[in-house]
Design a protein around this ligand. Structure first.
Ligand code: FAD
Length: 316
């Protein structure tokens, strides 16, 4: 079932979450172990992230360096199929532009349809460590809007090579939004206009980047509505768990902590202290979003379901 159908038929705010594929070599049980504790809150869909290749340099016997591509977290599509097989939830694979030609994208989408997967979250992806900025595949997409365009074309029966119409796919397409602006965007206005372009190209709902200040989310939703973005907007939340998160999350995800939160975080001396602050903040944030009538709260587990469970227990 499509994410948008779940949202349409929901009576209350839905609970959903995102998981990462395990590091290569770990089995599917590690995924189930992360999902099981969250099933009590009846998620209607579970997102699975996609991770691009990274490049390593390995010294050969002759002393020369060989550049090797590895994917540390493969398996997004297989994990989605395994989740749909084991639980009565829909799986939403993330699909990115980076590293994919248009034909590889088309083939990946065909595989998803064969597996009965009707949902995709369409993203550009970030640059890899060896690039200073995002570089698309030579025959790939530069922006998420172009990927969304390709999926929409397939939904109307138009594939890459054929002039004749083929069997249409049936994907519900989600896109990413940034209440605090995407870090490369010139300003929030240009970013919102590009977000509108994604919706016009076929995105049917938006999932936001994590944020810690609900007022920024509410302002973002208002700004979206003001320029005619009328699709559901799902807030994304991430509980802060460790001392390392305090500086890592703003640096990596380009987000700010509101002052009231930073004051509490500054007092923390241990991971346990941070966890307590993160828990209280996550519960308060979730309750306020729910009271405001958001369609769904989407939690980023980042391979750690424990805190999401503790928050959900108080909220759902
Ligand atoms: P886009 O919408 O293409 O935007 C990228 C930048 O280009 C923005 O600054 C935008 O303003 C600008 N822009 C957009 N269109 C145009 C245009 N036509 N012309 C000029 N500028 C334009 N990354 C992963 O690798 N794997 C994942 O699984 C993953 N999951 C994510 C899930 C969510 C909910 C979110 C919020 C992000 C996720 N990301 C993931 C990270 C995401 O790939 C990065 O944030 C990436 O830098 C931008 O992706 P996007 O789809 O928002 O890009």
């Amino acid at each position: 079932m499509k994410v948008t159908d779940h949202l349409k038929t929901a009576k209350d705010t839905l609970f959903s979450f995102e998981i990462l594929p395990p590091l290569k070599g770990k089995g599917i049980q590690s995924i189930f172990d992360g999902i099981d504790p969250l099933m009590d809150f009846k998620p209607k869909f579970v997102n699975v992230t996609y991770h691009r290749e990274e490049f390593l340099y390995k010294e050969r016997e002759n002393g020369l360096l060989e550049k090797i591509a590895i994917r540390k977290r493969p398996g997004t599509v297989g994990i989605c199929a395994a989740i749909m097989n084991k639980y009565t939830v829909d799986a939403v694979p993330h699909l990115i532009c980076g590293g994919f030609s248009k034909e590889e994208t088309e083939n990946a989408l065909i595989d998803l349809q064969f597996l009965g997967i009707d949902n995709v979250l369409a993203l550009r992806g970030d640059s890899i460590k060896t690039e200073s900025s995002f570089r698309p595949h030579n025959d790939g997409h530069e922006f998420a809007v172009d990927l969304i365009g390709q999926i929409s074309e397939m939904n109307s029966g138009k594939y890459l090579i054929d002039d004749i119409k083929l069997e249409p796919t049936n994907f519900c397409i989600g896109a990413a939004g940034y209440p605090e602006k995407h870090f490369e965007a010139m300003n929030l206005t240009t970013d919102l206009n590009y977000l509108k372009a994604k919706v016009d190209a076929g995105a049917e709902y938006i999932v936001t980047q994590m944020f810690f200040d609900n007022q920024k989310f509410f302002a973002f939703v208002d700004a979206c509505r003001a320029i005619g973005i009328n699709v559901p907007i799902l807030p994304g939340l991430k509980p802060i768990k460790t001392l390392r998160h305090i500086s890592f999350l703003p640096k990596f995800f380009h987000i700010d902590y509101p002052e009231a939160l930073s004051k509490e975080l500054l007092k923390c001396k241990s991971n346990e202290d941070v966890q307590q602050v993160g828990l209280e903040w996550g519960i308060a944030q979730s309750k306020e979003l729910m009271a405001a009538g958001v369609p769904c709260i989407h939690y980023y587990t980042m391979s750690n379901s424990e805190m999401v469970r503790s928050i959900a227990k108080e909220v759902f």
